[in-house]
Design a protein around this ligand. Structure first.
Ligand code: MD6
Ligand code: FE
Length: 217
């Protein structure tokens, strides 16, 4: 029998690959829910469309973003912040769909973080060429709560680094249905995404959607 860890085969779907102490890739963990998640995103963006935020340095981000849950990430005068209101509509962000909350809690528990109840989900859309520079997610006050990241659609290369920007990064191929959880000693580690390649063979064509679940209060 052949066994290819990098194909989303039934065997590989159970693989749990450590990236660093506190950080794990759950290969294919969201595959069974993926179609539901994509359908939910389509409904969410009808209420809160994707938009391109501007970085504190004044650059338009290549990744388009929207949010669901009690809190959403918006650009402010001095960088990003969380807000209960979508500034584009003046309305609260759409609620977290049931399937989102359930998946985030189960994935966190599978990674060793019990009792994770996210109140924010950032939804990022990558088109070919879009990337996310090396950064760390530090806007959430409770450093004991992990981040759960779900990949949908086109594959991407995720870079997972260390506590310092200059630390060595490990490139990881993230495929449709993969989940990465980072918390504990890895919670503030640097990470990023390389420019998306033009590979039009996924459920979302050549696009990628990433959901990141956080406890932002
Ligand atoms: C990813 N996303 O797309 C990783 N960080 O695989 C992130 O690191 C991320 O999607 C901050 C805000 C949104 C994100
Ligand atoms: Fe991030």
């Amino acid at each position: 029998m052949t066994f290819d860890l990098f194909a989303n085969t039934k065997e590989a779907a159970d693989a749990s690959l450590p990236l660093a102490p506190g950080a794990v890739l759950l290969r294919g963990h969201a595959l069974a829910d993926a179609a539901q998640l994509v359908g939910d995103v389509e409904q969410l963006v009808a209420q809160a469309p994707f938009r391109h935020l501007v970085t504190p340095g004044g650059f338009r981000m290549s990744v388009a973003i929207t949010n669901c849950g009690e809190l959403g990430c918006v650009s402010g005068r001095s960088g990003y912040r969380y807000d209960r209101i979508d500034p584009e509509s003046g309305l609260p962000w759409p609620p977290l769909p049931t399937a989102f909350g359930r998946l985030a809690a189960l994935a966190a528990a599978a990674a060793g973080y019990e009792g994770f109840v996210p109140d924010a989900c950032l939804i990022n859309r990558y088109e070919p060429g879009a990337k996310l520079s090396l950064h760390r997610d530090a806007g959430e006050p409770d450093g004991k709560q992990p981040i759960v990241s779900v990949s949908l659609g086109a594959p991407a290369t995720f870079l997972f680094g260390g506590a310092k920007r200059t630390d060595k990064v490990t490139p990881v191929a993230l495929l449709h249905g993969d989940v990465v959880v980072w918390g504990g000693p890895a919670r503030r580690h640097f990470h990023g995404v390389l420019p998306l390649k033009r590979e039009a063979r996924s459920l979302l064509g050549d696009r990628r959607i990433n959901l990141t679940f956080r406890k932002a209060t």
